[in-house]
Design a binder for this molecule. Sequence first.
Ligand code: CP3
Length: 348
Amino acid sequence: MPPEPAAPRFLAACRREPVDRPPVWMMRQAGRYLPEYREVRGQVGFLELCKTPDLACEVTCQPIRRFGFDAAILFSDILIPVEAMGMPVEFVEDLGPVLDAPIRLRGDLDRLRVPDPEATMPFVPEAVRRIRRALPATPLIGFSGAPLTLAAYMIEGAGSKDFVELKRFLWADPEAARRLLRLVTDTVVLYLEAQVAAGAQAVQLFDTWAGVLAPRDYDELVLPYVTEIVARLRPRGVPIIYFVNGAAPLLERMKRTGADVMGLDWRVDLGEARARLGPDVAVQGNLDPVALHAPPAVIAERTRAVLAAGGGTGHVFNLGHGILPDTPIAGVEAMLAAIRGEASGGAG
Ligand code: CP3
């Protein structure tokens, strides 16, 4: 077994350096499945929580304290910079984000600006600084929505099943589409740069809805912008994770973005994904989040299968999407025991 790495195992795995075991964190690891999170949320609304640095810091730390994950992720939401661009966002219980004046015509773009993060979202870098002080030994991941995913909310005004408004807009007025994606791309770069300047040690781009596009649309409307973001962040020196929900048909295209780590949902076989992606990129994922509801022995077996498919080096263990609010704590514990059990020599 390789020695305990000099770098924390999360950062080492992102760089495909040897690790004693794959690092683990969970998308949405701070959230409603945790009683201590529900306790805080009983006092304040979700957006207020995002915008109050000491509370955002507190809930970021909660899953680290309870489970000792190998990375922390900034507590915020992908819609925060959309609001700063000029579109007020509301979070409706059981519905998620709602924007009351979505982009439907090219003239609507005149309402948007590329916000200065320090001036319009000072609570984000401030939360990052506080988290770094509170968790000096745990790497901190900053994040942003990717352009197409943010544009999807801006045009639909909420989540969607078929994304008819999004596609209608993109195809009816390609020039306006490019203008919107340009504004969002510039916003994302400044936003992530501000998080890194404040202390974020890695960043994740969430492209939750890129998987709803046909490959030719991905090539035109996603790839150039994500590639540009990756290139512009390169000089900052932090690993870049690129998560797509519904990644299976898009793996080779995702790799062309130049991101360091490909974040994969659970619908793709991790071993096959590694074979298609090749050895020069790391992977993150991809246990089905619903598996945490299974009996402990099933969770352990499925966790070990993901670890085996991940191949050890260059694998960041994660769920294939965010943890669900009704997930039992015991399910998370069973997953972690399986990951840590391997490290204690049982696999050998
Ligand atoms: O991962 C983490 O723990 C960091 C915090 C984080 C949240 N949202 C907190 C949150 C992150 C990284 C996100 C990203 C996010 N937000 C995405 C991309 C990842 C994904 O899930 O695909 C998306 C699409 C959103 C938009 C969003 N925010 C939706 C659709 C919802 C409603 C669905 C839901 O789970 O309630 C939210 C709300 C939200 N974001 C909550 C949390 C903890 C729940 C809010 C609450 O406490 O009531």
